[in-house]
Structures are given as C-alpha cells and as structure tokens.
Design a protein around this ligand. Structure first.
Ligand code: HEC
Length: 156
C-alpha cells in the first residue's frame, strides 16, 4: 500500500512540475535559434547563381563551332523558313528560358541579354552545355538554325 501511495505521489509531483514551472517555456525558446541560422545559410547558397555577369561567348570548343558552321551551311533559307520556330521554342525551350527568354530556370542564361553569334547559338543548342540538354537528335538541323534565329528576336 505504501508503495502505491509513493508512486502516486511521484506522479502527482511530476504533473505539478511540468505544468506549474514558469521557467520551462522560456528555456525551450532559448534553445530554438540555432536551426533557424542553418536555414538562412541554405537560402544564401541557392541564390548564388542569380547575378552572374553575362558573357559574350558560350565557351564552345573550336570543334563544336566548326560543327555549327557545317550545320548552318547545310540548310537552305527555304528550309529554315518552313520551320515554325516560335512553336519549337515554346515546346523545347520555355521550361527553362520562358516565353520571353528571361525566365532563367536551372541557371539558364537570359536570352534577352545574350550577345552570342549564330554559330555559338547553334553549337550550344546542338551540343548543350551545363544543365541545358543537347538538342542533337531532338531537333533537326534546320530547326536548330531556325530557333537560333528566332531567339535573336527576343533580345532587348
Ligand atoms: C533544361 C533547361 C534548358 C532548356 C530546356 C533549354 N535551355 Fe538553353 N540554357 C540553359 C542553361 C542552364 C544555359 C546556360 C548554360 C551554361 O552556360 O552553363 C542555357 C543557355 C542557352 C544559350 C546561351 C546563351 C548565351 O548568351 O550564352 C542559348 C542560346 C540557349 N540556352 C538556347 C536554348 C534554346 C534555343 C532552347 C530550346 C531548343 C534551350 N536553350 C533549352 C538551360 C536550358
């Protein structure tokens, strides 16, 4: 019997301590700040890519540029004109570049600020670069050249 009373008393005291102590909540809130700092660190690193200066070149290799020249030389004006470049751009490019070219998803370069040559555009689209997928085999030569000419119109 005494044992049961003891257990009950201990239980009662526990309830009193956990409900009645005014120190508990403030102690808990003092322990909270560190995780918040960690969250801030993550947001700053993810913003690092936002303001990269626009280079006037894609850094395509001489071999890639030579291939691009070959592609451009191999297509006729008529074949380029027959492509609905706006539609192709909407289908394959807007996920990262947006309809107006300045969406910049996945570190995609702002096409409205782009200053690259037709060869560089064709090389970039044909071979891809970084997170941009190569469109070799997805778009044919005249489609690549037509889209390269179309994106020049998005420039400001
Ligand atoms: C998966 C996302 C993605 C898609 C889809 C995409 N791009 Fe890109 N694009 C990028 C990224 C990322 C870069 C920057 C690559 C780098 O420099 O590392 C880029 C860069 C470019 C550049 C170079 C701009 C410059 O001035 O250097 C051109 C041109 C370009 N894209 C055109 C296109 C076209 C046209 C399409 C559709 C056929 C397309 N992109 C589809 C992600 C994408």
């Amino acid at each position: 019997m005494n044992r049961l009373l003891g257990v009950l008393l201990v239980g009662f005291i526990c309830v009193l301590v956990s409900c009645g102590s005014p120190d508990e909540p403030s102690k808990k809130s003092k322990e909270l700040p560190p995780p918040k700092k960690e969250i801030k660190k993550v947001t700053t690193t993810s913003k690092q890519n936002d303001k990269k200066p626009m280079s006037a070149s894609t850094g395509a290799s001489p071999a890639e540029l030579a291939k691009a020249k070959e592609i451009i030389a191999g297509v006729t004006e008529k074949a380029i004109a027959a492509v609905d470049a706006k539609k192709k751009f909407k289908m394959f490019c807007t996920t990262c570049h947006g309809i107006t070219g300045d969406l910049n998803v996945n570190g995609a370069k702002d096409l409205t600020q782009s200053k690259i040559s037709l060869e560089e555009s064709v090389a970039q689209i044909y071979h891809g670069k970084g997170l941009m997928t190569p469109f070799k085999g997805i778009l044919n030569d005249e489609e690549i050249v037509a889209v390269s000419k179309y994106i020049v119109k998005l420039r400001k």
